[in-house]
Design a protein around this ligand. Structure first.
Ligand code: ZN
Length: 220
């Protein structure tokens, strides 16, 4: 059993290590958790004692197999609760993350597997993030950023890489939500801002910063 704080550390290390499973520095963890390096070090020692991370002083940390399994479990719970809240309780996609941050620490596998079945085994959460399987593997999503889409290409919005509620609210207002189709009608060479046509409507303008945080896949 890991405590709430331990679970949050495992999740954070998982996210910071990225797809290449790079080592995560103590200072990056201190910055993200907004705690002193000394308290981060204490926590890392605890996790290493439980064999959840590989940790040596003055070096970065990596999750052990066991640690990664636990991180994926927490992420699985989080994302399933988000689906539940949006699909069954009528929450908006910009409201669910803080609540899922609490719900993700309810540890019952039985509860989560029944929730999964109740939701008919969703593969991604309301933000388009893939849901790890019960056996602890993360499905690979083959998406690219909207800003890397070529002129005139038509793509489908699959998710977002920025989860701030102000960003999600902006996207809802613009109609740029998962499932929308987007055609790039103009790319400005100067700042890489774009004119895009959403669901065949009149073109609208989006900044490069917005386009960079929207994940899309080619129209099939
Ligand atoms: Zn979330």
């Amino acid at each position: 059993m890991a405590s709430l704080t331990e679970e949050n550390y495992l999740k954070l290390i998982y996210h910071l290590s990225g797809a290449l499973r790079e080592e995560v520095s103590t200072s990056a963890l201190a910055e993200q958790t907004q705690t002193k390096a000394a308290s981060v070090t204490d926590m890392l020692k605890k996790l290493a004692e439980k064999n959840l991370i590989h940790y040596k002083r003055y070096q970065g940390v990596r999750l052990t197999e066991e640690g990664e399994y636990m991180a994926l479990k927490v992420i699985r719970r989080h994302r399933l609760w988000e689906v539940f809240m949006v699909e069954k309780l009528g929450f908006r996609w910009d409201e669910v993350h803080p609540i899922a941050e609490e719900l993700e620490h309810i540890a019952s596998d039985e509860l989560i597997n029944r929730l999964d079945a109740f939701l008919n085994f969703p593969v991604s959460d309301p933000h388009g993030d893939p849901i790890p399987t019960a056996s602890g593997s993360m499905p690979e999503a083959d998406y690219h950023k909207l800003c890397d889409t070529s002129l005139n290409d038509q793509v489908t919005v699959m998710g977002v890489s920025e989860h701030a509620s102000s960003f999600l609210q902006f996207l809802s207002k613009a109609g740029l939500v998962p499932g929308s189709t987007v055609q790039v009608v103009e790319i400005n060479a100067f700042d890489r801002s774009m004119q895009i046509r959403i669901n065949g409507l009149e073109p609208s303008f989006i900044s490069h910063e917005v386009a960079r945080n929207i994940l899309v896949s080619p129209e099939s």
